[in-house]
Design a protein around this ligand. Structure first.
Ligand SMILES: Nc1nc2c(ncn2[C@@H]2O[C@H](COP(=O)(O)OP(=O)(O)OP(=O)(O)O)[C@@H](O)[C@H]2O)c(=O)[nH]1
Length: 219
């Protein structure tokens, strides 16, 4: 299925041209494969859940309004590298780019929770040399699959707490209103720690329109 969704890229460019009223925020989604990173991204961008998303690494731009103010969200839907060392699953480039990070696991996939644990530790290690820690939220996705739960809410909450992150359990499949607080909550954390920064220098090659999400297919 290909659904054309109007892209926000022209407005995004305007923001980059220096429109001071518009705030830009860069959000990186991390986590193992198949946990629902693309599903969460697409839910936030389009309010829809379409089931299959393909596996192309992309950055999407989306204008949203929070308290009457336009926020330009740039969302990097990353791919967990296959057959990689765990130490390579987050890059310094990603950390330099990100204003905030969403670490996603599936509540029915214990291994994906362990990937998030490793990524939290790796981010802490890589960030120790940089100025301030990047705000993060841990997200347990697929909450609708309670009968297959393999990670308790308590474990998720404890991991988030120990890493100083926000915590959410959501279902990208079930509802938009559950996913919205993840992105808005992270934006609030980012606002609280600084201003937003960074732009897209060096990563323009993986910028995509939202419609690209719908046209990509798994092999
Ligand atoms: N039941 C259920 N399925 C979900 C949910 N979110 C995603 N899925 C399904 O999980 C599968 C993987 O979702 P993706 O969004 O492609 O996961 P991903 O983390 O982006 O995967 P990669 O592209 O491999 O990195 C798809 O079949 C989705 O339909 C959810 O909240 N509940």
């Amino acid at each position: 299925m290909v659904v054309q969704v109007k892209t926000n890229l022209p407005q995004y460019s305007k923001a980059m041209d220096g429109n001071q009223n518009k705030v830009e925020t860069n959000i990186l989604l991390l986590g193992a494969e198949n946990v629902g990173k693309s599903a969460l991204t697409v839910r936030f961008l389009t309010k829809r859940f379409i089931g299959e998303y393909g596996d192309i690494e992309s950055i999407y731009s989306h204008i949203d309004k929070i308290d009457g103010r336009e926020i330009s969200f740039n969302i990097w839907d990353s791919l967990y590298p296959q057959s990689c060392e765990s130490s390579e699953s987050v890059s310094e480039e990603q950390l330099r780019w990100a204003d905030g990070i969403v670490l996603v696991y599936s509540i029915c996939d214990r291994a994906s929770f362990e990937v998030v644990q490793q990524q939290v530790a790796l981010i802490q290690k890589l960030s120790s040399s940089t100025s301030s820690p990047v705000p993060k939220v841990v997200v347990g996705n697929k909450r609708d699959l309670q009968h297959r739960r393999a990670v308790s809410s308590e474990e998720g909450r404890l991991l988030a707490q120990s890493a100083g992150c926000g915590f959410f359990e959501v279902s990208a499949a079930e509802a938009y209103h559950g996913v919205l607080p993840v992105f808005h909550g992270l934006h609030e954390l980012i606002k609280g720690t600084k201003g937003v920064k960074k732009g897209t220098a060096g990563i323009m090659g993986i910028m995509r329109t939202v419609s690209a999400v719908f046209s990509k297919k798994r092999e």
